[in-house]
Design a binder for this molecule. Sequence first.
Ligand SMILES: CC(=O)SCCNC(=O)CCNC(=O)[C@H](O)C(C)(C)COP(=O)(O)OP(=O)(O)OC[C@H]1O[C@@H](n2cnc3c(N)ncnc32)[C@H](O)[C@@H]1OP(=O)(O)O
Length: 213
Amino acid sequence: MNDNPVIVVGAGGHAAVIADTLLAQGRSVLGFVDPSIQAGSRLICGLQVLGDDDHLDNYSPAHVSLANGIGSISYPFLRKKVQEYLQALGWYFIGVVHPSAIVSPYAKVAPDVQILANTVVQANAIISEGCVINTGAIIEHDAILGSWVHAAPGSLVCGGAKLGDFCHVGASATVIQGIQLGAETLIGAGATVIRSFAGKGTLVGIPAKKLEE
Ligand SMILES: CC(=O)SCCNC(=O)CCNC(=O)[C@H](O)C(C)(C)COP(=O)(O)OP(=O)(O)OC[C@H]1O[C@@H](n2cnc3c(N)ncnc32)[C@H](O)[C@@H]1OP(=O)(O)O
């Protein structure tokens, strides 16, 4: 973590929440870069869209950091792709932690993780790179989240559950204690997952069952 001013990559809904969270943390936010929105065409949280990614050429990674404002309602592959592309050019992506979040000092959280308003991350949880702990989500003790997991608003990952890379825990969904979910498990909104699952599929309902394609 550094104190550099921040540019948010993306200018959609998630980007607005990230900018808002950074401002709540007292960070200086310069604005947004987004290829799909014309520079100067709108204000988001009182901040300008500065241009597309090429606009970053006007800054130095030594003096400006980035935050990932690209959201995901299913798989976060675009979030990862854009972040890794810019990291390869030397840019550093900071994480965010809303001041209302409760994060145990005994949790292990990767530096770029985004922990939003009214969340709880309990002792001994492990949150890997690229994860989003969205509004009001709870990650209980000893839970392990692989890379690029999205715990959507109001979701609950119970104690000791283990989620593979790219899992999406849908809004208000619950994963009960000790469950193991393989990579790319997409849990529908409101589901309750009570059995482990090998991954690469969608689970919906209570108890959660695989949604056949
Ligand atoms: C800040 C933010 O807002 S972050 C956004 C957070 N949002 C979420 O977490 C949403 C998660 N996504 C969902 O729940 C989606 O509905 C998905 C991914 C589970 C399914 O989406 P799709 O693949 O488009 O499926 P589709 O809408 O066609 O539904 C297929 C079937 O599953 C059922 N279904 C879909 N979602 C759910 C659900 N959450 N719970 C129970 N059943 C569901 C549908 O009723 C339909 O059943 P039918 O075939 O008997 O009619």
